[in-house]
Write a protein that binds this ligand. Structure first.
Ligand code: SF4
Length: 110
């Protein structure tokens, strides 16, 4: 579903049927304040970009909201885990690299 920021995100849910205006992030969920979700986070969240770059169905994302500078600045911190290979994924844009290895030409090896 398209977020208020205009990007497609599979974790965003909006219910506008018959005058309702309910929106939620099903990745961050109902985290307690000050780590709660608000729709302004969709503007700075890396998840839509990650989903465009990597559609691996085995990669599980978790998200937490961090506040810095006395709570004035917010950011969404993403962690990724490969449930097929049972290991953390360093860069979710790329994936763990086990199933979809980069071609040799990109690795600079012959
Ligand atoms: S905060 Fe991120 S994961 Fe949550 S709905 Fe917005 S773009 Fe998607």
């Amino acid at each position: 579903m398209r977020t208020p920021a205009g990007f497609d995100c599979s974790y965003f849910f909006g219910d506008y049927y018959r005058g309702k205006n309910h929106e939620e992030c099903r990745l961050i969920g109902n985290a307690a304040p000050p780590h709660n979700w608000s729709k302004d986070l969709c503007k700075i969240c890396p998840v839509p970009e990650i989903q465009r770059a990597n559609s691996c169905p085995d990669m599980i994302l978790t998200a937490t909201v961090e506040r810095r500078f006395l709570g004035l600045q917010k950011r969404v911190v993403i962690k990724a885990y490969c449930q097929k290979n049972n290991r953390a994924v360093a860069d979710p844009h790329i994936g763990c690299g086990n199933c979809h290895a980069l071609p040799q030409i990109f690795l600079g090896e012959e």
